[in-house]
Each structure stands twice: as structure tokens, then as C-alpha cells.
Design a protein around this ligand. Structure first.
Ligand SMILES: Nc1nc2c(ncn2[C@@H]2O[C@H](COP(=O)(O)OP(=O)(O)OP(=O)(O)O)[C@@H](O)[C@H]2O)c(=O)[nH]1
Length: 418
């Protein structure tokens, strides 16, 4: 099993849960400098967490009694056996810029083929290929029994537009492809198809970024999106992965409008025996504040804040999101550390509009793209890469737990082209 997250140890490893904010100079969320480490690292990001920290009893929690019993004693504190994976080398205590934790290079861009893919990604890759079939079919068809001529480029243009890659990304990809075909002196369509996979890989590469956990205690992750995009489900899946890797998670049910959303989150909390702060009909900002305060007091690794679905055109609700973010910062001056937007891949170009709008309102640090299964519009990732390149942390191709995975540009391009 490979790791879902990247663990970056805090500069100091306090024995008791201590709020690190003051010591951390990093002012804004999304430290762009976060070392991008390969998603292929098989080590558990939680492997190097000091056991003492886990043992500390949760101090008196502020007001909001969690609706779920506190988690059982953590599973025999971190198998120390996992010899602190090389990419988890402790960051020097000083605030000097982390001397690039040796980054495991991403799977050598452009040249990794399906055959050379790491074994632990194979299962996921097959699922991704199936999920992207509808998006990819039209593009793949262009290369069947084709000559390399103007007609091929025209058909490819239509196919990319149909896949919702958008005009800008489509033009960019076609130009790039023409150049590659010329340079490589490609003579048959299958070669051109491979070159297109390379072009798409390069276009999507900047979106690849691992979610880093452990730099702050807790890492506060705020999750937003339109109604039904898959926020609560994705939070549930992330919670499960985090909890199974030994991280302590606290959920904040800041969707106080929809009782069903709160209940859904309660189920996820219950299943994973993590704590949750929720309040029926309460103020979402207050719930978020309480959750972050409790997360700090109890030394949680992660606080995940689920917010109510809203359209970017509902300005008062967008203002409410801004308020939640402000109030979270009051509870922890360094938070939120991540502001994620969950978008439904089915919505194609509309998803791009959502990225723009939410980014302007909140300053996004990452995306989760759900429902890429069964959609013909998965090309929207190309549009995002070209027009609003917010990193894509995870993509989803189904409702099951294992249907959400880290995003990898090369995998995506290869899966798209079959
Ligand atoms: N096919 C498919 N369905 C998904 C995926 N992710 C989520 N869903 C489904 O999408 C539906 C909506 O998911 P929710 O998590 O409730 O969405 P939400 O954004 O929290 O919804 P609101 O709280 O109403 O804003 C559920 O039926 C999920 O099972 C995915 O990757 N693929």
C-alpha cells in the first residue's frame, strides 16, 4: 500500500501538543515551497511521528462536546519498524529554508509507459482507464487508421473540444503536438498518439502536487464546493485514509444547513472513530472555530472542515465562506493551511468557472476532482492546467473508498489515450 499523503515533520517535535503557529514563520496557506515528493513513495507518511505525542491525554476540550466517542488509543503508536523513510528526514529545527528534502522525482515525465508503471499503481491505473473511457474514446478514435495530415489535426481539435478541454488548452496542445511531430519526424498515427500523451503529460504536470501533512499541528483543511460535488464523500474518504495511516483527525461539520450532510459526516466519523464537532443549525463559522480550537488543544494532526454546498453566484453564501476562513484564522493564525475545492468532473467547463470563482473568493490551494468516471468531460483538467492551474491533489472515479487517489499527470494522460 502506498502512501496517500506526505508527512512533513514540524520543525520541533514537542512532547506535548503545543501550538506551533508562533514559531512558524510561514504566514500564508499553501506554502508553495512545500517539497513536492513523489506520490509513488511507498512509505507511510506517519511513520516518523514521535510516540510521546500520541500518548498525551487530550486536555479539557473547549465547550463543543464531540458527538462521537474519542478515538481508541492509537494503534500501537506507529510501527517504528518502518525505518523512517528516506523522504521523511527530519527538517532542521532552524527556520532556514528546508534544504530540499530529497525529492523523489515524479515518474520520469513523458517517458514512463504503462509497462514501466510502479506495481502499486497498476490497480488504480486500470480503474482510471475504465473511468476515463468516455472522455477518451473520441480522442482515441482519431488515431485509428489515420494518416498524419491536416484532417487528423482537425479531428483531434474537435475531439479535444468535445472532451471539454476548452479552446485555449486545445489550441495549445495542437501547436505543441505539431512541433513534436516535426521534431520526431513521426510517420504514423500511433506515434502521434504517443506524442499527444507526452504533450498532455507536460500540460498537466504543474497540477501534480502532494498534500503535505504534519507541518502544522493541526493541519487545517477547509473544503468547499457547489452542492453535490462530492465534498462530504471525499472528506470521508480522506478521513479513512488518514486514520488508517495513524493520523488523528477531527472533523468539523460546518454544513449546518443540511441535516443530511451532518449525518453523513457523523457516519464517517463513527466508522473511522474520529471526533467531530457539529451543531445543529448553528453558525458554520462558530463550528469551525470550535473545531480548530479543539484540534489545537487536543494535538490533532488534521482538522477537516466540511462546508455547505453553494454556487459562486450566491454572493451572500460566498461571503459566508470568507467569514469561515477568517474565523478559522482567528482560532489559529496560520490556518487554514489548505483550502480545497471539490469539483464534479461531470460539469466540464463549468468546473473551470467554479475554480475561478472560488479561487477569487478564498484563494484555493488545491482541488479534488470527483466523478471522472462515466463522464465525457474529463478533458477539463487540461483547461484548468492552461487557464487556472490550481494543483489537483486527488481525483475520484467512483463512490467507493478506493476510488479516490492522488493525481498523477502521466497516469492521467496514458489512461485518457487508452
Ligand atoms: N460516480 C461517482 N460518484 C461520486 C464520486 N464522489 C462522490 N460521488 C457521489 O456524489 C454524491 C454527492 O456527494 P456528496 O459527498 O454528498 O456531495 P456534497 O458536495 O457533500 O453535497 P452537498 O453537501 O449537498 O453540497 C453522492 O452520491 C456520492 O456518492 C465519484 O468520484 N464518482
Amino acid at each position: 500500500m502506498f502512501s496517500f499523503f506526505k508527512k512533513k515533520p514540524p520543525a520541533e517535535s514537542p512532547a506535548a501538543p503545543a501550538p506551533s503557529p508562533a514559531a512558524e514563520p510561514a504566514p500564508a496557506p499553501a506554502p508553495a515551497a512545500a517539497p513536492a515528493r513523489s506520490v509513488f513513495s511507498p512509505s507511510s507518511w506517519f511513520g516518523s511521528k514521535p510516540a510521546a505525542e500520541e500518548a498525551a491525554p487530550p486536555p479539557a476540550a473547549p465547550d463543543e462536546a464531540p458527538s462521537v466517542a474519542p478515538p481508541p488509543p492509537p494503534p500501537a503508536a506507529t510501527p517504528p519498524a518502518a525505518p523512517a523513510a528516506p523522504d521523511l528526514a527530519p527538517v532542521p529545527a532552524a527556520s532556514a529554508p528546508a534544504p530540499a528534502v530529497p525529492t523523489v522525482p515524479p515518474p520520469t515525465p513523458a517517458l514512463v509507459t504503462e509497462a514501466a508503471m510502479p506495481a502499486e499503481r497498476k490497480g488504480w491505473f486500470d480503474k482510471l482507464k475504465t473511468g476515463l473511457r468516455k472522455t477518451g474514446t473520441g480522442i482515441q478514435a482519431v488515431f485509428v487508421n489515420a494518416q498524419i495530415d491536416e484532417a487528423l489535426y482537425e479531428e483531434l481539435e474537435s475531439a479535444l473540444l468535445m472532451a471539454d478541454a476548452g479552446v485555449k488548452a486545445t489550441e495549445y496542445l495542437l501547436d505543441d503536438l505539431r512541433g513534436r511531430v516535426k521534431r520526431q519526424m513521426a510517420t504514423d498515427a500511433s506515434q502521434v498518439k504517443r506524442l499527444l500523451a507526452d504533450a498532455i503529460t507536460d500540460l498537466l504536470q504543474p497540477l501534480e502536487k502532494p498534500l503535505v501533512i504534519g507541518q502544522f499541528t493541526p493541519t487545517v483543511i477547509m473544503v468547499a464546493g457547489v452542492n453535490g460535488a462530492g465534498k462530504t464523500t471525499s472528506i470521508g474518504k480522506l478521513t479513512k485514509h488518514l486514520a488508517s495511516e495513524g493520523a488523528s483527525v477531527l472533523l468539523a461539520a460546518a454544513d449546518t444547513f443540511r441535516a443530511a450532510a451532518r449525518e453523513q459526516l457523523l457516519v464517517w466519523a463513527d466508522r473511522n472513530t474520529v471526533e467531530i464537532v457539529s451543531q445543529e443549525g448553528g453558525d458554520p463559522s462558530a463550528v469551525s472555530f470550535d473545531a480548530v480550537t479543539a484540534g489545537k488543544a487536543r494535538g490533532k494532526d488534521v482538522v477537516l472542515v466540511d462546508t455547505a454546498g453553494r454556487l459562486p453566484t450566491q454572493l451572500h453564501l460566498m461571503d459566508e465562506l470568507k467569514k469561515i476562513k477568517r474565523v478559522v484564522t482567528k482560532a489559529d493564525a496560520t490556518a487554514p493551511h489548505e483550502v480545497l475545492l471539490v469539483i464534479d468532473g461531470n460539469t466540464g467547463q463549468n468546473a473551470l468557472a467554479q475554480v475561478r470563482a472560488f479561487d477569487e473568493t478564498l484563494g484555493l490551494t488545491g482541488l479534488v476532482v470527483t466523478k471522472l468516471d462515466g463522464t465525457a468531460k474529463g478533458g477539463v483538467l487540461c483547461a484548468i492546467a492552461r487557464e487556472r492551474p490550481v494543483p489537483v491533489y486527488f481525483i475520484g472515479v467512483g463512490e467507493k473508498l478506493e476510488d479516490l487517489e492522488t493525481f498523477n499527470a502521466r497516469e492521467f494522460a496514458l489512461a485518457l489515450l487508452g
